[in-house]
Design a protein around this ligand. Structure first.
Ligand SMILES: [Zn+2]
Length: 195
């Protein structure tokens, strides 16, 4: 089973993966997984926002704070919409401003090993890294795919994922995390009921 502080990449979308950098939000001890610039660097590469072998440079502390701000904004918008409400016009405008610079431009190049690789087409401005995630949110929330967004049924978990399973019956952010926790609790309850 993954450690609770491990980064998660199993929501199906990078904008939801950003929300998943905060875990167990409904518990007494929420988990901050994006807890430093090294983690942000790892996250940006694993999500593909930055191609491999392209280092994260510049004022990374400020960028980390901005990623936390984008995450808080996305959390408000996604959960408000999921709960049947309407995200505020001010929040939508904030998201649009994050998305406006557009993701970093990429080039396809063949490396010495003969494989194709993505490379940055030029220098990247930090706001483009935020824009890559905000743009993904605009595309998700602005399309019919938003109907596939589900909130995990785990009692302390509010992770949102895209349910692309057959029959749309996925109940958990992860079978190994919240699903397993649920099965253990149900098993204990059954055992308690037998005595
Ligand atoms: Zn969960």
């Amino acid at each position: 089973m993954p450690a609770s502080t491990d980064l998660r990449f199993d929501t199906g979308r990078i904008c939801l993966d950003l929300l998943a950098t905060e875990g167990a939000r409904l518990s007494a001890a929420p988990v901050e997984r994006l807890d430093g610039t090294a983690r942000l660097d790892q996250w940006l590469h694993r999500t593909g926002v930055l191609p491999e072998r392209e280092p994260l440079t510049g004022d990374t502390d400020t960028l980390l704070a901005e990623f936390h701000a984008l995450r808080a904004l996305l959390h408000r918008i996604v959960h408000t919409e999921l709960d049947g409400g309407r995200a505020s016009a001010a929040d939508l405008e904030r998201l649009n401003r994050f998305a406006e610079p557009g993701p970093p431009a990429l080039r396809l190049e063949r490396a010495d090993d003969g494989r194709l690789h993505r490379r940055l087409a030029g220098p990247v401005r930090p706001e483009q890294l935020l824009a890559a995630v905000a743009d993904d949110a605009v595309r998700l929330l602005g399309s019919a795919e938003r109907e596939l967004m589900r909130e995990c049924e785990g009692p302390t978990c509010d992770m949102v994922y895209l349910d692309t399973s057959r029959g749309r019956r996925r109940r958990w952010c992860s079978a190994a995390v919240c699903g397993n926790r649920h099965h253990v609790a149900a098993h204990r309850a059954r055992k308690a009921g037998q005595t």
